[in-house]
Unconditional design. Structure first.
Length: 385
């Protein structure tokens, strides 16, 4: 399929693919086994300007958009979802600053992020606030010229590795979602520490930790936007980044599909390569069709976001929902095509299937995506009346 990418977009895709094939594929099994953070790969991505893709040129980035980011994420995900999660979560953590940061904040933080010198993490989730994002308990109290943060964030991607954290905390609990605010917290701030590193089913190259705030004092200027805007900052951030999770789905599914085709051409049963059997061909045909449909949706939604469209929640949720449900199905089917071999760690599809599961869960479960889409449909229907 031709998605009419510009010359520049093709260059980004080819560069990301080259990094994926040369640097990620040879290491992915070991990174998964040892649950190691891929610092050397992050350095290569930094040297290749990959961290600056979606950051405006005035802050040291390349000034590209969601589509270019999605293309890069897809290619990295094709090789290893753990590595691509580290990279994509950096964008997730940066969106609050990009969308709502002040000029001073952007000038202070974005150039280092664009250069890949500092990684970012996004801190919304807590033990009792997952799908119910408005239920967060972490507080931020204004005392003089400082906010004092108290509480614990859970399952934070890049936690401990990142230097910059965009954190959602309650400045006025009595106001519910309207009492949340967003803040920048730097690693090393007294009162800010990290909990245990989680042991996960998949995406093991990516680090997941607790963030602990105990009377952590940050300058008043570190608020992003105004008090009470935190929930909107979080929701708009997710609206922008969920299409990237969709791109991860397309990438991991493509990676698993490629492995399944390669295997089916080589594996001989009943005197023939199994790819000659209709049962296998039909599975591969369905997989290829589903991947292409998801890619078409992800690219279209990314272009729609880049067009400056305001109402992107529904489209972004659709891209995330469709592409990640597809990724789960396609990776499971890739294991099935490869049979016993697919189940063995010797082949990468076993890891791809484990990795794919998180896509249906993080950045809002796929049940939450259906809620977001449902709510948008209700609003649209009410407008038509
Ligand atoms: N853009 C702008 N505003 C939005 C918005 C969006 N995408 N989504 C909600 N809002 C606004 C609403 O309009 C509402 O404003 P008012 O108070 O002025 O009416 C406010 O925010 C509260 O919205 P709502 O009542 O819909 O909030 P809920 O508590 O019902 O939660 C969901 C909404 C479930 C969609 C939200 O909590 C969510 O996305 N949860 C999943 C969180 C998630 O992705 N977690 C993963 C963490 S990051 S890995």
């Amino acid at each position: 399929m031709d998605y009419f990418l510009t010359e520049e977009q093709v260059m980004i895709r080819d560069l990301a693919r080259q990094i994926a094939e040369e640097k990620i594929v040879p290491q992915r099994e070991e990174l998964d086994e040892k649950e190691e953070f891929p610092w050397d790969i992050m350095k290569v991505l930094a040297q290749s300007d990959m961290f600056g893709l979606f950051i405006p040129e005035e802050y040291g980035g390349l000034g590209k958009g969601c589509l270019e980011l999605a293309i890069a994420v897809e290619e990295l995900s094709r090789a290893c979802l753990g590595v691509s999660t580290t990279y994509a979560a950096n964008a997730l953590g940066t969106y609050p600053l990009l969308l709502y940061g002040s000029e001073e904040q952007k000038k202070k933080y974005l150039p280092d992020i664009a250069a890949g010198k500092k990684l970012v993490a996004f801190g919304l989730t807590e033990a009792n606030a997952g799908s119910d994002a408005a239920g967060i308990q972490t507080t931020a109290k204004l005392e003089g010229n400082e906010y004092v943060l108290n509480g614990t964030k859970q399952w934070i991607t890049n936690g401990g590795e990142a230097e910059i954290y965009t954190i959602i905390a309650m400045t006025d609990k009595s106001k519910g979602a309207r009492g949340a605010s967003a803040f920048i917290v730097e690693k090393g701030t007294p009162g800010f520490s990290f909990g245990k590193k989680e042991k996960k089913m998949g995406i093991r190259a990516s680090t997941t930790r607790e963030l602990i705030f105990e009377n952590c004092r940050i300058p008043k200027e570190n608020i992003i936007g105004r008090e009470g805007m935190g929930f909107i900052v979080a929701m708009k951030t997710l609206d922008n980044s969920r299409v990237g999770v969709g791109a991860q789905g397309v990438g991991v599914a493509q990676g698993a599909f490629d492995e399944a085709v390669k295997f089916a051409r080589q594996r001989v049963q009943f005197g023939h390569p199994i790819i000659s059997f209709q049962a296998i061909q039909h599975m591969l045909a369905d997989m290829a069709t589903q991947i292409e449909a998801a890619r078409a949706l992800v690219y279209s939604v990314a272009r729609y976001i880049d067009s400056g469209a305001k109402d992107i929640s529904k489209a972004s949720a659709m891209a995330k929902l469709f592409a990640t449900d597809m990724a789960m199905k396609v990776t499971v089917d890739a294991v099935q095509v490869m049979g016993g071999s697919g189940y063995m760690r010797e082949y990468p599809v076993e890891k791809m299937m484990r990795d794919a599961k998180i896509l249906q869960i993080y950045e809002g479960t796929n049940q939450i995506q259906r809620n977001v889409i449902g709510q948008a449909l209700i609003k649209e229907a009410a407008k038509k009346k």
